[in-house]
Design a protein around this ligand. Structure first.
Ligand code: 6GU
Length: 314
């Protein structure tokens, strides 16, 4: 898998040379390049941001610099868009955000509905976008396992949550290009433009809190995705039975190791019984009970047909 990361702090990703990720690079499973966005600037100050149109605090990352960089990485020619958000070689520049393509992004950003780093409506897809329709993740279905080509990913605290399902799907991509936003976010036309060019563009948040920039979020997504690559983990079985994996997303049962009694605290007797049937039943019950207590939202998403009679008693 080829991975490109664009950031104003590319050194942040030096850590990828360590540990399992470093090994995966030496083994040739992944090839990572961290690029400095400022390399695509032309002014003496190498500026990548500007004040928000419509006013407000902070700075927004400029579309021109991002586009020069992403055009280079994706091998695309610059294009003018028409008012419908379609590529139009006859149209003039300065048309603003195309009505059809990104009216919602404009509205929600202007209405100040999103957190400080918000960049508008991440779920919105231009009507003209059919090229990526078959690869858009559907939260109600199993993660597709077909191969994806290139996926362009923008971390964005105002976007849908990144889940294990997304990690699984993206682990089948040939190439991932991550664009790390800083400051108050990036111009909403950047993802919209590349979608309209037929690029599979995703925007994800990693949780309900705000970080200073996308670098940490990209590290999180990258780790979740690449550890699923065949050959990445020392023991491939360790990824099979984890929380959030498989057809159900249940929290994992608790784990114990020796000694059987430590500081007066024992491990559950059944785990010492040697009866695998009983051990599995105990672990499954615990997974269901803990999920119900800690993450009832995951229980609600469960397909009841997947629960056995014994499960339902729990
Ligand atoms: Cl993807 N970016 C930033 N800046 N903050 C976040 C996030 C992403 N996900 C949660 N908080």
């Amino acid at each position: 898998m080829q991975i490109d990361i664009v950031s104003v702090f590319p050194e942040y990703f030096d850590v990828l040379n360590l540990s399992l990720f470093g090994k995966a690079q030496s083994k040739g499973l992944v090839s990572v390049h961290a690029h400095n966005l400022r390399d695509w600037t032309h002014d003496v100050h190498h500026s990548v941001d500007d004040t928000p149109v419509g006013g407000g605090a902070g700075m927004v990352m400029k579309p021109e610099v991002w586009a020069e960089c992403l055009d280079d990485l994706l091998g695309l020619e610059p294009r003018e868009m028409n008012a419908d958000g379609e590529s139009d070689s006859n149209s003039n520049s300065g048309a603003g955000i195309p009505d059809g393509a990104d009216a919602t992004a404009t509205t929600s950003a202007a209405a100040g509905e999103s957190p400080s780093n918000g960049t508008g409506d991440a779920e919105h897809q231009p009507a003209s976008d059919s090229a990526s329709a078959d690869t858009v993740p559907d939260s109600d279905s199993q993660a597709p396992t077909h191969n994806l080509d290139t996926v362009l990913i923008f971390p964005n605290p105002s976007a849908p949550l990144f889940t294990q399902r997304d990690a699984t799907e993206l682990s089948h991509a040939k190439r991932l290009v991550f664009g790390c936003g800083r400051y108050e976010g990036y111009d909403a036309r950047i993802p919209a433009y590349y979608r309209a060019q037929g690029v599979d563009v995703r925007e994800y948040s990693i949780g309900d809190y705000v970080l200073n920039g996308g670098e940490v979020a990209v590290s999180v997504m990258l780790e979740a995705i690449t550890r699923l690559l065949p050959g990445f983990m020392g023991n491939p079985e360790s990824i099979v039975e984890e929380s959030y994996t498989g057809s159900e997303a249940l929290l994992e049962h608790r784990q114990y190791t020796r000694p059987a009694v430590w500081r007066g605290m024992g491990v559950p007797d059944v785990l010492l019984s040697g009866d695998h049937g009983k051990v599995n039943r105990f672990r499954r019950d615990e997974a269901l009970a803990r999920t119900d207590a800690i993450r009832p939202d995951l229980i609600e998403q469960l397909d009841c047909a997947q629960l056995s009679k014994a499960d339902r008693k729990t």
